[in-house]
Design a binder for this molecule. Structure first.
Ligand SMILES: Cc1cc2nc3c(=O)[nH]c(=O)nc-3n(C[C@H](O)[C@H](O)[C@H](O)COP(=O)(O)OP(=O)(O)OC[C@H]3O[C@@H](n4cnc5c(N)ncnc54)[C@H](O)[C@@H]3O)c2cc1C
Length: 502
């Protein structure tokens, strides 16, 4: 029989209704000024408390339960899935507003999905992509030498040279310990932008082209991220037998954007949570973690859990918003102050059909400028309705995010029509957007980014447990950090870590 955590007074079901009454309970201020529930707040005991019901936390919980341990999962939102979120587009179909693609070497998310009955299908990638840079508009196939990267004649030599240089460095990169990489200090003392300036023939041109890539990939600009972080990210795009490459990271064909999950990526979390049942508690934001020599007390707004260990499976910037007693070691605390989230919004326009396919287009465009830098076909497996999605990331997000929604929508649709040279894009049947920077329990996306100095000075604190506190979340993964696969891997790692200690 599956072990169940013992919950006093009442056991909450994985639904918001059960917790609503508890959320209304009065709170008192502690000495530290933090808000703490009164003695009336329900309590529970378990072997392990898990903070966060995204893929990382749910994977950890699933593994721990399978190993015979009792678990309580505390999730701040009224839903599971974290940075994955299905949006209904009618007739039982969905388009993802968060993470969605999987690809070769991402075997951990694909295996977890299969375990809970979720299969994959190929992302639509038939036909030509469009590249627009100033007055230049090129249609190209990603079956060429450069894959998804555009064959811009002015930048071709640099694109080939720089991607080869990065791949060579990534091939020998210690993914679990980036701070021990050859020339780590040198690489971590510069940004991607400064490295490009020192290594390319047409630096301004390459930096302009790189911006839509980094905006979509990490929600940031080439000048925001340390070059060591970029190498770690590229090296991470592989597995124990396939070194990470720039191409696997960026490409649809043979790369990280090759496939999608049937029914939408959030279903994986929903199915894992359903199997965990009443061990998952929604609307329970964790505010405080106190540990002693013998146990740990995790205080949320609606439940206080005493456990032997706690898994904090939230992005570092969110982990930093929890109070810890005693305080975390300085290296860990300072690390979490240095890993901000990227700035990313996903915009999606729904049409009766994916009409661009009949014109021989994949729906993918890459453009220098905004609001959208990169678009793709996000239609359901049967191609009905048609969905065109785009990323508004980095400075584009900061520029367009605060503008009125109607103005932003008009600009996005006008951009689609201009780039595809097709006015049908101006009249979607539905338009929706998801700005992850406005999400209280994500504060940005798709992942945390590291600026210069972070990994070499504070990186060792990323995964190191602090007593009974264990860190999970995609940002802590060696392979596929930033991705769903990395989230699953991190949950598996932390379950092994705790399993050995229990
Ligand atoms: C727009 C976008 C596009 C993306 N595209 C892709 C893609 O195509 N492919 C891919 O593989 N990945 C993609 N990603 C990234 C992927 O979604 C994430 O890497 C992955 O979902 C992270 O899982 P996680 O469990 O580590 O963290 P999260 O999903 O962030 O889960 C953390 C959970 O903790 C909860 N939480 C936070 N603070 C607290 C607290 N104090 N108390 C209790 N609960 C708390 C949150 O509500 C959340 O549910 C994308 C992300 C975004 C935003």
């Amino acid at each position: 029989m599956t072990p169940r955590a013992r919950t006093s007074r009442r056991t909450f079901l994985a639904g918001s209704a059960g917790t609503a009454a508890v959320l209304a309970l009065p709170t008192i201020a502690t000495k530290a000024g933090a808000s703490s529930p009164t003695t009336a707040t329900p309590t529970a005991t378990a072997d392990v408390a898990v903070v966060g019901a995204g893929l990382a936390g749910l994977t950890a919980a699933r593994r721990l339960v399978a190993a015979g341990h009792s678990v309580v999962v505390l999730e701040a939102r009224d839903r599971v899935g974290g940075r994955t979120l299905n949006h209904s587009i009618g007739a039982g179909k969905v388009a993802e507003a968060g993470g969605e693609f999987v690809g070769p070497t991402q075997d951990h998310i694909v295996a977890l999905a299969a375990e809970v009955g979720v299969g994959t299908f190929d992302a639509y990638d038939t036909g030509q992509n469009i590249y627009v840079n100033g007055g230049q508009r090129i249609k190209y196939s990603d079956t060429g030498l450069l894959g998804t990267a555009p064959p811009d004649p002015l930048l071709l030599v640099d694109i080939i040279k720089l991607s080869q240089q990065i791949d060579q460095m990534a091939a020998k990169f210690p993914v679990a310990t980036p701070w021990t990489a050859p020339n780590a200090a040198k690489h971590d003392s510069q940004t991607l932008a400064t490295w490009v300036r020192g290594n390319s023939l047409n630096a301004d041109g390459i930096l302009a082209l790189l911006a839509p890539f980094t905006q979509a990939l990490v929600g940031a600009e080439p000048g925001d991220v340390s070059f060591l972080f970029v190498l770690a990210y590229v090296a991470s795009a592989g597995d124990e037998t396939h070194p990470g490459t720039f191409e696997r990271l960026f490409n649809v064909r043979g790369g990280a954007q090759q496939s999608r999950l049937i029914g939408g990526s959030q279903v994986v979390s929903e199915n894992v949570a359903a199997a965990l049942g009443s061990q998952v508690h929604l609307n329970t934001p964790v505010r405080r973690i106190e540990q002693t020599a013998t146990d740990v007390t995790v205080t949320s707004d609606a439940l206080v859990v005493t456990a032997k260990h706690v898994v904090v499976a939230v992005p570092p910037a969110l982990a930093a918003r929890i109070d810890y007693a005693p305080l975390l070691p300085a290296a860990r605390d300072l690390l979490s102050q240095r890993l901000p989230m990227g700035a990313l919004m996903k915009v999606e326009a729904v049409y009766p059909t994916p009409f661009w396919r009949a014109d021989g287009l994949t729906g993918q465009f890459l453009t220098v400028g905004g609001p959208v830098g990169y678009s793709f076909d996000n239609s359901p497996p049967d191609g009905a309705p048609g969905v065109l999605a785009g990323f508004v990331g980095g400075v584009q997000n900061l520029t367009w995010g605060p503008r009125p929604a109607a103005a932003r929508k008009a600009a996005v649709l006008a951009q689609f029509a201009r780039i595809f040279k097709d006015d049908r894009f101006l009249s979607p049947s539905e338009y929706f957007e998801m700005d992850w920077t406005l999400e209280e329990w994500s504060r940005g996306g798709p992942t945390a980014i590291a600026g210069p100095g972070t990994l070499t000075q504070y990186g060792p604190a990323l995964r190191a447990a602090v007593g009974r506190i264990h860190w999970a979340g995609t940002e802590t993964s060696d392979y596929w950090q930033g991705y769903m696969d990395g989230a699953v891997r991190s949950g598996e790692r932390v379950a092994t870590e705790i399993g050995a200690a229990l």
